[in-house]
Design a binder for this molecule. Structure first.
Ligand code: FES
Length: 154
């Protein structure tokens, strides 16, 4: 279940939409933030607060790649390996993340600090390679720059 603050937040979100079903996407995002990923308890909580069947909530949540369905690290590194980034060394950077941090695509560091998700193009082809850490955007990546970036996330 959500605490009172989160319940209030979701109800405020829901009030901006014509139906409670229309509020599912942002409500699931809040649930993901609160639970760390969308599991049965998160879907049940969203279903309860919006009055939407659990099957509908799960159907929406499993449709979109932006929702996580397994435990993730405290910080999510999303590295683009699409064409521009690949040409400019993203595969080498992925190897660097594995060798330096034990971070493999789809995996989590042993200390639970980071998860790595390999992304398709994130719209920064001109300044590739690029990645996101949580909601923060980084471009012109090098191994040294990644080390500096990740140092900020404890
Ligand atoms: S290919 Fe990586 S940002 Fe476009």
């Amino acid at each position: 279940m959500f605490n009172e603050t989160v319940l209030k937040e979701i109800k405020q979100i829901s009030g901006k939409y014509p139906t409670t079903r229309a509020a599912l996407l942002p409500a699931l995002y809040v649930a993901q933030r609160e639970f760390g990923h969308l599991g049965a308890d998160a879907y049940e909580a969203v279903s309860d607060v919006l009055g939407v069947p659990k099957a509908i909530a799960r159907g929406v949540g499993t449709f979109y790649a932006m929702y996580k369905h397994k435990p993730m690290g405290r910080h999510i590194v999303q590295l683009c390996t699409n064409v521009s980034c690949m040409i400019l060394g993203a595969e080498k950077l992925s190897d660097f993340l594995k060798n330096k941090y034990g971070l493999e695509p789809g995996g989590i560091t042993p200390d639970g600090r980071f998860s790595l998700v390999i992304m398709e193009c994130i719209g920064a082809c001109g300044t590739a390679p690029a990645m996101l850490v949580n909601d923060d955007f980084y471009e012109n990546l090098t191994e040294k720059y990644i080390e500096e970036i990740l140092e900020k996330y404890k």
